[in-house]
Design a protein around this ligand. Sequence first.
Ligand code: HAM
Length: 426
Amino acid sequence: MRFKRQRGTQDVLPEQAVRWQWVERRMRSTLQSYGYGEIRTPLFEETQLFVRSVGSATDIVQKEMYTFEDRKGRSLTLRPEGTAAVVRAYLENHLGREAGARRLYYYGPMYRYDRPQAGRYREFFQVGAEAIGSPEPAQDVEIIDLMMTMLRDLGLDELQVEVNSVGHPECRRAYESVLTAALEREQSELCATCQGRIPSNPLRVFDCKNERCMAVAARLPVLRGHLCADCERHHASVLRGLGQLRIPHRENPYIVRGLDYYTRTAFEVHYPQLGAQSALGGGGRYDGLVEACGGPATPGVGFSAGIERVLYALEQTQTERPARDTTAAVWVLPLGDATRVDALQLARELRTHAHTTVDLSGRSLKAQLRGVDRSGARVAVILGDDELASGEVMVRDLRVGEQQRVPRRDAVDAVTALLSTPEGGA
Ligand code: HAM
């Protein structure tokens, strides 16, 4: 009986993990440079948190959550996204006590029972940032600027921000009645799913990929034309700010996003070369979310980006980044039973200078050398029974294939001397 990983999940192997680490490190550094501090929340939460925040009529809540009962019969859900949990933690830990906006970021796995396809997983990683406490349009601009800077710092260009305003609940209610009436007139043209959405979530029709639904959507009135004066002003300021910071963007009245908590600004960042799943990430303002989670009325805005998609986008570019794990610069190769613990001791000493790995396979010297040659390491130290008896070890420069016998007590110096020689010769 062999076990297999679950559909829509991935094993990240060491060679790929180096790239994940590089991306994570760079992103953290950009987020911190904007004054965002990391928050880590649990992978599971009370189910109702997501039902209330993401919205009971959304695909995420209706079809995609990993929900289970624990041993006490409590309904829990693996987090399908990060914002709701951050807002819960913001309230629970009284992070709103300080004046001004609280700037938080997170990095970690999310879970959605999606249909797996390119760029779509059931376990995927997100990086995200949330600024909770400021109603200002400039805060929306900062969030978009942060997301774009973070992606550009990784070497991704040609990114396209698509922005819309989804208004606030009153604008939206007024618009939804106009939209519902228009959809009812076109009902026979719509797919069964969209027909079912008319009473519960008419805006989702704009997300349907069915060709006939898309044709109908192109004729429907858009929310943008039904904004109240305040929402309109907010939107205009956000657009002006993006222009002033020279962030390439375009208005897209069809961006509605798959989560219900958005108010006013909603945006996505696309990398067009990715094709069908070209959204690297998205976000927006959620001025009613803190209140919906039981807190005082508090505005907020944020984004998240999918790491797998970012990595895939990076593969399409020529950006320089680590291709493989070159961490093991030194290998210690013990020959014979008596030398293995001595090898562990020597490795300890070497590690103050370089990443060091001991070959404990028990293979012949020839086989061990073949292995280290493939690893890309710089130096090997060979511990043989005979040499050790005479208090010596063999230090081998793997680049040129030459070796020298040195006293055991000078081994660390001999290795560091080789490591400090520029590559390509002494
Ligand atoms: P979202 O648009 O649902 O927003 O997800 C953001 C990004 O996560 C997507 O653009 C995509 O890159 C990635 N993503 C989503 N689902 C999958 C999947 N099944 N497989 C791989 N990647 C995926 C949110 O989650 C909001 N919390 C964003 C936000 C933050 N809004 C305000 N603050």
